[in-house]
Design a protein around this ligand. Structure first.
Ligand code: MG
Length: 474
């Protein structure tokens, strides 16, 4: 008898101590953490100033940090639609940030990542901001999540928003399952959200430790108005913003502690990213997109390139850095490949980036290009290799910043057809279109092909493969 066979036989006869059993031999658990409006430079490992992010930094040390990771749109609902479906928001017809009592939302005909994993036998839970339709028929529990605790949309869509017209928003509900557990969230309640979501996430992990599970934790912070619990208030030199990020970092630490406690570390992929760049017009209540140009609400790098970490001990090499282009649209197809779940039948835009995650030597991005939409379904930019083509459009820029939760002033700026070489010029300072007419022509052709497929309102093009959003009545 060979040694290995002897060992296996012994295991069969005697059995290992329960505590040494691998927690789950089946498909991996998946945890997706998606912060709201956190900037590229808001991670300690990416230069955060005035506060630290020890748990996120440890995640980077134990996993992979992506330097060129993109959301599909620099605004909440469109960005989240891409994450949930693996499609460009233009394809599934979700643009901008959906308002309360919205008559649209993510079409239930679309397959969300939660629905895909449920088919594979996963338990699914979501805590945090949904923002893909607040109608009861469009909430997370109708889109593949077994359980849900969170705000149906942004925390500033709230009667007490100091920057909104008085009473322009209905009461903001905190929803548990399908019902409002707190129909009128107050400022005191807002301060409990980050911890409350984290506690529910920890509970969910414990309840489903036998696996497999999919946990989607989407903090409402650091979207303004900023709120933090007492245990983090005034604790950093980064002001309220630093305190808020510290609490999010703590929440990430709680998730990791729960995974460790239940022996799930080795069988769980954890992903952390932000839904768009920082809301810089809020000054000291916003993060930093340094070294990138502009911020949330633009398709300059500051709006679309976000922090991203992935950790899966034994599968993703520790302390690794991925310089290849990837994005939130890739998460659904990558998770499908890792878990063996069947891909949705509909056409997707994302690709499996498993080889990048595993650190396969020579692995490159599977994308010839990534598209960036903003406004009313406007294709404003695309990236291919190191090149970024900016399509002629009007964008908002910051004239003056606000402070302490009050907004500043936006202005409008115009750009023509411009080209940037991001490897040499990540801050998009030097338009090199004139020197590179062939690159401009090549990327322009890619833009045209994209328009014909999924549409573009800048050129009034209807895409032949756009799918409708939901239509609901209240
Ligand atoms: Mg956001």
């Amino acid at each position: 008898m060979k040694i290995r066979e002897f060992f296996l036989l012994t295991m069969l006869l005697v059995g290992p101590a329960a505590s040494t059993l691998p927690a789950a031999a089946g498909p991996p658990n998946v945890v997706m953490i998606y912060a709201d409006d956190m900037g590229y430079a808001d991670l300690g490992v990416q230069g955060a100033v005035g506060y630290t992010t020890p748990n996120l930094d440890r995640m980077a040390a134990e996993g992979m940090r992506f330097t060129d990771f993109y959301v599909a749109a620099p605004v909440c609902s469109a960005s989240r639609a891409a994450l949930m479906t693996g499609c460009y928001p233009a394809r599934v017809s979700i643009t901008g940030a959906l308002p309360p009592k919205c008559r649209t939302g993510l079409n239930p005909q679309e397959t969300t990542i939660a629905e895909m994993l449920k088919e594979k036998g996963y338990s699914t839970g979501m805590m945090g901001k949904w923002h893909l339709g607040d109608h009861p028929d469009l909430l997370p529990v109708k889109q593949g999540f077994d359980e849900y605790l969170g705000l149906p949309y942004s925390n500033d869509m709230w009667p007490e928003n100091p920057n909104a017209r008085k009473n322009s928003y209905p009461p903001l509900p905190l929803i548990d399952g399908a019902a409002a557990v707190d129909p009128e969230v107050s400022a005191e309640d807002q301060a409990t959200l980050t911890t409350r979501y984290a506690e529910r996430a920890v509970q969910f992990i414990g309840a489903h430790k036998a696996g497999p599970f999919f946990l989607y934790l989407a903090p409402s912070m650091p979207h303004v108005p900023l709120f933090v619990s007492d245990k983090f208030k005034g604790k950093t030199a980064g002001g309220l913003y630093g305190d808020v990020i510290s609490e999010i970092d703590w929440a990430v630490g709680q998730v990791f502690a729960a995974l460790k406690e239940h022996g799930l570390d080795e069988n769980t992929l954890v992903i952390f990213a932000s839904d768009n760049g920082p809301w810089s017009i809020f000054g000291n209540h916003a993060g930093s997109a340094k070294p990138f140009r502009e911020s949330k609400g633009t398709c300059w790098e500051g709006g679309i390139r976000v922090p991203c970490l992935m950790r899966w001990p034994g599968k993703i090499p520790a302390a690794s850095v991925c310089l290849e282009m990837a994005g939130t649209i890739d998460i659904l197809p990558t998770v499908a490949a890792l878990t063996g779940a069947a891909l949705p039948a509909a056409v997707l835009d994302g690709k499996d980036i498993g080889p990048l995650l595993r650190g396969v030597p020579g692995a490159v991005t599977p994308h010839e290009s990534l598209l960036f939409y903003y406004g009313n379904n406007e294709l404003q930019a695309l990236r291919s290799g190191p090149w970024k083509l900016i399509l002629p459009h009007t964008y908002r820029t910051i004239v003056s910043v606000g402070a302490d939760g009050l907004t500043g002033k936006h202005g409008q700026a115009k750009t023509g057809l411009e080209l940037y070489q991001l490897a040499e010029d990540p801050s998009e300072t030097k338009n090199v279109a004139a020197e590179n007419p062939q690159i401009v022509a090549k990327l322009s052709a890619m833009a045209q092909a994209a328009r014909e497929e999924i549409g573009d309102n800048l050129t009034k093009t209807n895409g032949r493969a756009q799918r409708p959003a939901a239509a609901v009545t209240w």
